[in-house]
Write a protein that binds this ligand. Sequence first.
Ligand code: THU
Length: 130
Amino acid sequence: MEKIIERLIHNLTHAYAPYSRFPVSAIVELKDGRLFQGINVENAAYGLANCAERSALFSAYSEGVRKEDIQRIYIYTDHDYFVSPCGSCRQVMRELMEPEAEVVLVNNTKATKTFINRDLLPFGFSKEDL
Ligand code: THU
């Protein structure tokens, strides 16, 4: 995990967050060990900002990855507290990761807090509801 945390920290410099000045870095780790990276990408039309979690997941899916391939996602910010994924990302993680996949929050002391995907969106909307 140490190597992944170092990549999360390095990738924070890639974040495009000129408006919030709140860079976020995420890495999707597959069951076979492959990694897919993402950072938040903002826009002058603020509502178009894409979170790091979604960037990483969309990058993985763009390469053909599917939910059963994913072990966990790591989320990093340079704060001493844990930053929790937003509601939009929870909805996307509900769709693109298995219920048992892990969501690992990492703070700037390299401490981690791990959640299970299913616990982050109770009674969530999904394709089964359509
Ligand atoms: N952000 C993320 O990328 N992930 C999170 O889990 C929380 C929020 C981004 C969105 C926006 O670019 C900035 O952080 C401030 O909300």
